[in-house]
Design a protein around this ligand. Structure first.
Ligand code: NAD
Length: 386
């Protein structure tokens, strides 16, 4: 049986024979770019989103006569990704280790008909070109939104309560209560706002209610229904500038698109309340990395936390790895994993299979999963358009 990964050589003759299933119809070439799991993935089979565990799709895809190629090798013109995208019919990627599908990649991808994002967030695919080229883009909508909302709450708490420096102090063998308490606060009584109140943003608002904030605010060009607003007692603010000027804690929960790229830049950061906390688990490129690091260094931001970076994996010298506030804390950055808990992986692997199954059978897709349909936008979340 053909089993092609970055570790195993690609065999053209085997592939050719697999192109034709028993019924004579052509099996499809399905290419997946996933992250390397190493020994963790060998020991933990529920790490489904890894190169080793292949979203659990290989036996099923191969039993249908399709060819399944999996690799983490995605950068550069000689990469596995660039080589095999040229005749792949279907591409599976994840936001955690994104295979970037630029207009140049689309140009090479002569057979590409369907891109499936195993997770939520398809900004690593040039969606405008997907529309032009009539390549469908689907994601497993909702698969990890609770996982991310929980992470956002955790990030707010760890920043506001100054948790990380306190824990590092303990590991160092030190004990100085005042040194950490001098920058520790309660979430209760704070004004908290989200940029984007979709599936994740709304779940964040819901989870904040028991913390008794002073006020919950949101900015989204798609307003919540009055029922949803009143269920969490949230108020919509007309502009993002006004939102950030009112909040002690701001969280970003909007997709990355033309209207959000670099949205949180030096200018917007200067409009934040001095000493505010910012949590971004949406996409790194929504924030200007240097402006954020400067704002933290100056104390304009008291803290910044999240798991998303403008390029992934983040380079070793990325300023967000080591940036600190004037008291030596305020950094809650981790690798991109909030939406890839083992619970989430089970859901997005199952959702990917469902999307493929519908595609193979020519069945209608769940409309919530469709980002780009056949040559047209199918979502209102990736920017305002007529
Ligand atoms: P969603 O489509 O349910 O909601 C997104 C909301 O953002 C929509 O209501 C949309 O109108 C709003 N929005 C878009 N542009 C905006 C703007 N300029 N200003 C204000 N609001 C705007 O999506 P979701 O499921 O809530 O996910 C949101 C994003 O979170 C994803 O697109 C992805 O980038 C990110 N995400 C990250 C992880 C992770 O692991 N860190 C996992 C899942 C999703």
């Amino acid at each position: 049986m053909l089993r092609t990964t970055a570790r195993n050589a690609f065999s053209k003759s085997n592939v050719a024979s697999q192109r034709f299933s028993a019924g004579g119809s052509r099996g499809l070439k399905v290419l997946a770019i996933l992250y390397k799991g190493g020994s963790a993935a060998k020991e933990e089979s529920r790490l489904l989103g890894t190169v080793e565990n292949e979203l659990g799709l290989r036996p099923w895809l191969e039993s249908q006569g399709h060819e399944y190629l999996v690799s983490d090798d995605k950068e550069g013109s000689g990469s596995f990704f660039q080589k095999h995208i040229q005749d792949a019919d279907i591409l599976i990627t994840t936001p955690f280790h994104p295979g970037y599908v630029t207009p140049e990649v689309f140009k090479k991808a002569k057979n590409l008909k369907l891109c499936v994002t195993a997770g939520v967030g398809s900004d690593h695919i040039d969606l405008h070109t997907a529309v032009e080229n009539k390549v469908q883009v689907l994601e497993v909508t909702g698969s990890n939104v609770t996982s991310v909302a929980e992470h956002v709450l955790m990030n707010m708490l760890l920043l506001v309560r100054n948790y990380t420096p306190a824990h590092e102090m303990i590991e160092r063998g030190d004990w100085n209560v005042s040194q950490v308490a001098r920058n520790a606060f309660d979430l209760e009584g704070k004004v908290i706002g989200t940029i984007g109140a979709g599936r994740i943003g709304y779940r964040v608002l819901q989870r904040l209610v028991p913390f008794a904030p002073k006020e919950l605010l949101y900015y989204d060009y798609n307003p919540l229904s009055p029922d949803l607003e009143s269920a969490v007692n949230a108020r919509r603010i007309d502009t993002v500038e006004e939102l950030v000027s009112k909040c002690d804690v701001v969280t970003v929960n909007a997709p990355l698109h033309d209207g959000t790229r670099n949205l949180v830049n030096a200018d917007l950061l200067s409009k934040f309340k001095p000493g505010a906390w910012l949590v971004n688990t949406a996409r790194g490129a929504i924030c200007d990395k240097f402006a954020v690091a400067d704002a933290l260094r100056s104390g304009q931001l008291r803290g910044y936390a999240g798991d998303v970076w403008d390029v992934q994996p983040a380079p070793k010298d990325h300023p967000w790895r080591t940036m600190k506030n004037p008291l030596g804390g305020g950094n809650g950055m981790v690798p991109h994993y909030s939406g890839t808990t083992l619970d989430a992986q089970a859901r997005y692997a199952a959702g990917t299979k469902e999307i493929l199954e519908n595609y193979f059978k020519g069945q209608a897709q769940n409309p919530a999963n469709v980002i780009v349909g056949d040559g047209k936008w199918a979502t209102k979340a990736y920017g305002q358009r007529k």
